[in-house]
Design a protein around this ligand. Structure first.
Ligand code: SF4
Ligand code: SF4
Length: 337
């Protein structure tokens, strides 16, 4: 990879200085209302050890910046082929690359493409640049009791980068949250986790064998990490992505709720999230195969039934109507400086 092609934007005024740890992100979304309490800036980090079949962010899986090929936008001008010094780039409508050869990921074809048919998915940034973007929306966080959420990918695959940003947030009183799949190295990540105000923790399946079938890895470390986060007393919201025929049986949902009830004392409840078929364009852009074309999202009746299972197990069922952090945890949110 030619880092110049993905270097942080130059020539911009920096509000935060000193944050120089570098990390790879693929998006920063501002004004999100669905990634934690209040209005939030969401920083999406690249890299994830799991390979969930339903993943809606396939560009988050690799740790490296990647070049996406978006066929529909190609005007077949041929500028990408002219720019490529190893004669590998081809118009997106012709597949994007010649047969054979290894892309040097220099980005020359991306810069030459006038239609954004070739696009970087991910870039190398420094923590100060991310903090500056987060800081821009302080007024919205203040008004809505919002803050910043780290998502991905698995954000805690870049724990040192995250820790530096979290320290910067803490200095100015910005509420922080993470959306985690739980598959991270605890020793490397504990210091970053301790700086979090809120953790949204995915539990996809309670059976380790089934978990490995649908995500590529056992849930052993994930369940251990869930207990460790809870032991720190950090408010947690457990989230179950409900995928038809994959993990939507009442037995699995009940086992998840019982685990939360018995082992996660800081959990405020469970949010069951119906599967959505999103991100298919990005699969195509990366030449990846989407395996769940045949799956339909669960209907509202099934979701209601599963929410009933969670409630029967004695665990609060969190929905967009109840809010992310019901009382009495909400008052623990930090005041903004
Ligand atoms: S990034 Fe584009 S220009 Fe660079 S080697 Fe790969 S195909 Fe060629
Ligand atoms: S530069 Fe972009 S628009 Fe032009 S042929 Fe290549 S991919 Fe298509």
């Amino acid at each position: 990879m030619n880092e110049a092609a993905v270097a942080p934007e130059k020539g911009r005024r920096r509000v935060f200085r000193g944050g120089m740890m570098q990390g790879v992100i693929f998006e920063i979304e501002r004004w999100s209302l669905s990634d934690g309490p209040g209005t939030r800036t969401v920083v999406f980090l690249k890299g994830c050890p799991l390979r969930c079949q339903w993943c809606s962010n396939p560009e988050s899986q690799s740790k490296k910046p990647q070049i996406g090929i978006f066929t529909a936008k190609c005007i077949q001008c041929g500028k990408c082929a002219e720019a490529c010094s190893i004669d590998l780039a081809r118009p997106a409508k012709d597949g994007g690359f010649a047969e054979g050869g290894v892309c040097a990921a220099c980005g020359d074809c991306v810069e030459a493409c006038p239609s954004r048919s070739r696009r970087w998915l991910g870039k190398l940034v420094d923590s100060g640049e991310v903090l500056e973007t987060i800081r821009r929306d302080m007024v919205f966080y203040r008004k809505s009791a919002g803050g910043v959420t780290f998502s991905g990918g698995e954000p805690l695959t870049q724990p040192a980068f995250m820790k530096e940003i979290l320290e910067g947030c803490r200095k100015v009183g910005i509420h922080t949250a993470v959306e985690t799949c739980g598959a991270f190295n605890w020793e490397a990540s504990e210091a970053a986790v301790r700086l979090l105000d809120f953790v949204m923790f995915d539990l996809k399946h309670m059976d380790p064998v089934r978990h490995a079938e649908i995500t590529g890895a056992s849930n052993k470390v994930i369940l251990e990490n869930a207990k460790r986060v809870a032991a720190l007393g950090i408010p947690m919201l457990v989230r179950i992505p409900v995928i038809t025929g994959i993990n939507d049986d009442p037995e699995n949902i009940r086992a998840t709720a019982e685990f939360v009830r018995d082992h996660l004392p800081s959990a405020v409840g469970i949010e069951a999230l119906p599967y959505h078929k999103l991100g298919l364009t990005k699969y195509a852009a990366l030449g990846m195969e989407y395996q769940l074309h045949h799956i339909t999202p669960p209907d509202e009746a099934r979701m209601e039934m599963l929410r009933g299972v969670i409630s029967e197990a004695g665990v609060a069922c969190i929905t967009p109507d109840t809010g992310y952090i019901p009382d009495p945890v909400q008052p623990k949110l930090k005041a903004f400086g």
